[in-house]
Design a protein around this ligand. Structure first.
Ligand code: AP5
Length: 210
């Protein structure tokens, strides 16, 4: 199954992608995690992406599209994949379609802007594997060492209040229209994302019919 997870920053795409990859036995591809890794390693891509990411803006389409094409060509995507954070603009959705990749379902995790602000200010993430935690709903261990991979758990630079607001504006203007793109193709499901992590997982699996 080729699946796209849609939703505002902080809607829970990364959290659900981690759960779904185990249940569906297919890899998760997070453009955010790929870009953060590139920034950490100071690669050419990372140096180019850093300024956009720190200020909550989108990295240019051409860069992200080439990352995704390269990643989807790998062997582990042959039986399906979960896209977290891509596509994020209509040109990205069109580029995916034009490259011959067929998306079976796009699931939007619906969360209000107020809940997003509360969530992202309490979020912590593993710097190594990207696993998300939250100081209230999914607390990290006291030593801030990720139980999944041993990496350090930190606060993301773009989770500062002013940057969260700017990411929400970018989401509403540039990413939300993608819902219409998949709706027109009969592939959109919308699930509530404010009833707890497990309920959201259940709603997604129901929408996927698995
Ligand atoms: P990216 O990493 O994709 O960030 P994002 O879309 O802003 O999404 P987040 O990772 O912030 O949130 P999420 O929905 O995954 O929520 P999470 O599961 O962590 O992108 C970062 C940047 O990279 C972008 O700003 C852009 O610059 C660049 N970029 C990436 N892709 C790009 C692209 N395609 N094109 C251009 N630029 C791109 O959950 C959030 C918190 O809530 C966690 O603490 C979690 O524990 C908690 N939580 C989750 N679910 C629940 C629940 N149901 N109830 C209560 N708490 C919950």
């Amino acid at each position: 199954m080729n699946l796209v997870l849609l939703g505002a920053p902080g809607a829970g795409k990364g959290t659900q992608a981690e759960i779904l990859k185990e249940k569906l036995a297919i890899p998760t591809i997070s453009t955010g995690n790929i870009l953060r890794e590139a920034v950490k390693n100071e690669t050419k891509l990372g140096l180019e992406a850093k300024g956009y990411m720190d200020s909550g803006k989108l990295v240019p389409d051409a860069l992200v599209i080439s990352i995704i094409k390269e990643r989807l060509a790998k062997d582990d995507c042959k039986n399906g994949f979960i896209l977290d954070g891509f596509p994020r603009t209509i040109p990205q959705a069109e580029a995916l379609e034009e490259s011959g990749v067929v998306i079976d379902r796009a699931v939007e995790i619906a969360v209000s802007d107020e809940a997003i602000l509360a969530r992202l200010s309490g979020r912590r993430v593993c710097i190594k594997c990207g696993a998300p935690y939250h100081i209230v709903s999914c607390p990290p261990p006291a030593d801030n060492i990720c139980p999944k991979c041993g990496g350090e758990i930190i606060t993301r630079k773009d989770d500062l209040p002013e940057t969260i607001k700017s990411r929400l504006e970018v989401y509403h203007s540039q990413t939300e229209p993608i819902k219409g793109f998949y709706e027109e193709r009969g592939k959109l499901s919308v699930v509530p994302g404010e009833g707890g992590i497990e309920n959201t997982s259940r709603a997604i699996l129901e929408a996927l019919g698995v």
